[in-house]
Design a protein around this ligand. Sequence first.
Ligand SMILES: Cc1cc2nc3c(=O)[nH]c(=O)nc-3n(C[C@H](O)[C@H](O)[C@H](O)COP(=O)(O)OP(=O)(O)OC[C@H]3O[C@@H](n4cnc5c(N)ncnc54)[C@H](O)[C@@H]3O)c2cc1C
Length: 332
Amino acid sequence: MEKDRRYDVVIIGAGPAGLTAALYAGRARVKTVLLERGAPGGQLLNTEAIEDYPGFDQITGPELAQRMADQAAKFGVQLETARVTGIHRRGDKQLVQTEDGEYLADYVILTAGGEPLKLGIPGESEFQGRGVSQCAVCDGAFFKEEEVAVVGGGDAALEEAVFLTRFAKKVYIIHRREQFRAQAILVEAARKHPKVELITNTVVTEVTGEEGQVKEITLKDVVSGQTRPLKVTGLFVFIGFQPNVQFFDHREHVEHDPLGFLVTDSTMQTSLPGIYAAGDVRSQLTRQITTAVGDATTAAIDAVKKLEAKKHAPTPVPVDLYGPTRPDLVGS
Ligand SMILES: Cc1cc2nc3c(=O)[nH]c(=O)nc-3n(C[C@H](O)[C@H](O)[C@H](O)COP(=O)(O)OP(=O)(O)OC[C@H]3O[C@@H](n4cnc5c(N)ncnc54)[C@H](O)[C@@H]3O)c2cc1C
């Protein structure tokens, strides 16, 4: 017999946001499933040392992920390995499609995060978390009085480079073009900063190190083709961040900001009724573990409240999960 996949809440993505939403929903005893395409932990699994999560002087990303997963499991939330491919409305429910079947839920909490874009050069993955980073706020403090390089030409690269001057004694900004995409005011601030040196028309082609730590990068001048080494202990890559929002088709268009991050109200509800967004996938000022868990707390508590209110509302028309999708019930 086909497994019953009807839930009060389906959570998509088991990073810090998803694991927190699972903890709150499980603790409130609502029927919840957490769908994750890989191992639980999200970006925590790519983070060596965390010094800014309250309550822990220092903890590794994988250890924090394990603690969060254990705590959510304690409250009875089911974690299933599944890659979500689509979310559609079906009556007053949400139909969540995965590569292994469909789930029906009253509420979906989307905590699928995003991916920082990578350079794709030799050494980048090997030294990830050992000098290579995509987060200056998170990792900048590990580079006190050291020399670091930032790659990118947009607002994020320029802002993060100036932020890194709080710690590093020298920050190189490496950009593949002559002109920066960033706002002129940010370029000016970087240009004038005594600790910053701009290197334009240049790409990074390799990261090398010793004893598991970055020691040098190779630069290539895109005009002359010449290469040269640059001694740095940190390489911060800010060439873009892609939110995981590929679940919605154009008929179910959801409000998002110019970069694709989902816009929510103060309860984390998106423009699609019944669908919340929390953590890195959401449009907001900063992307940190603390903000992810905060968003998820709000989303889960609001969903639980709405479920409670629904209990007292008139009984809705039953929906056949495994029946054919009625076109008049899909989309908005
Ligand atoms: C290098 C680096 C270092 C960092 N260091 C710190 C730090 O020191 N302190 C700090 O506060 N923050 C740090 N951050 C930021 C922090 O990791 C993120 O803000 C946080 O992980 C966001 O949590 P999230 O749950 O929203 O998303 P994520 O952690 O990205 O989790 C999303 C989850 O969704 C899953 N998923 C995506 N698509 C699907 C799908 N289709 N189906 C099923 N599952 C899916 C993913 O596999 C992933 O597990 C760092 C980030 C990076 C990149």
